[in-house]
Design a protein around this ligand. Structure first.
Ligand SMILES: [Zn+2]
Length: 224
């Protein structure tokens, strides 16, 4: 794709590999409108291209900057490497999980925000904390286990001793293993990362929601 450059130095246009495909503000999948482009550090070896785009969505239409870096082989060819941060994309929660653990939703949202800022070390610790609130609130509110017992118990022990549903236990246990890797000095699961931790937390939430909703319908509609 050819892009016309505003402060042309050697040529008045450059070739880029692609346009950004997501708006950093509304987070929709888009084909952005090109507004203008400007060279940065045009005299240096590592010239970058700062490109201004507009989101085509009528509800959004915000302007944002994407950064391109010059190819080593072709002086006039640029690769997209970064788009500016717009705003946080909030995670979505079902009503069931909001009712079970408001704290889980709050902590998960903060962790998700920090991850979007690139603070992966901190967000991993946050996800681990959100898991603890999720499991403990589930055991207290849904399973009716005494609050003081659960509060003072290690998360791993709560999962092993107090969760009866094997589907929840299987995924929650593994989420806790990876969660501990985020907080400890030594990493046990070297080939797993924050994406796997989030997958396991999502599965834990799904099984908890399934169980809670099934029980609700069984109570609401008893067999005749
Ligand atoms: Zn947008």
């Amino acid at each position: 794709m050819k892009i016309k450059i505003l402060n042309n130095v050697e040529t008045d246009s450059a070739e880029v590999d692609k346009y950004p495909d997501h708006c950093p503000f509304c987070h929709k999948s888009i084909l952005p409108i090109l507004i203008t482009a400007i060279y940065h550090n045009p005299q240096s070896h590592r010239t970058t291209l700062q490109t201004v785009f507009q989101c085509p969505s009528k509800d959004c239409s915000k302007v944002f900057i994407s950064y391109y870096i010059r190819s080593d082989l072709h002086r006039n060819y640029y690769y997209l490497y970064e788009t500016m941060f717009g705003n946080f994309k909030p995670p979505l929660f079902n009503e069931t999980i909001k009712t079970i653990s408001e704290d889980y939703c709050k902590i998960y949202t903060e962790s998700y925000a920090s991850e979007q800022l690139g603070l992966k070390q901190v967000s991993g610790v946050g996800y681990r904390k959100s898991l603890e609130f999720l499991i403990k609130d589930y055991l207290i509110k849904i399973k009716g286990i005494d609050e003081n017992t659960i509060k003072n118990k290690y998360l791993g022990k709560c999962i092993n001793e107090d969760i009866n549903n094997e589907k929840i236990k299987n995924v929650a246990k593994r989420a806790a293993w990876l969660g501990n890797d985020e907080t400890h000095y030594f990493r046990k699961w070297e080939d797993k990362d924050i994406t796997n931790l989030k997958d396991l937390i999502r599965l834990t939430v799904n099984w908890i929601e399934d169980e809670t909703l099934t029980e609700k319908y069984k109570t609401d509609m008893p067999e005749q």
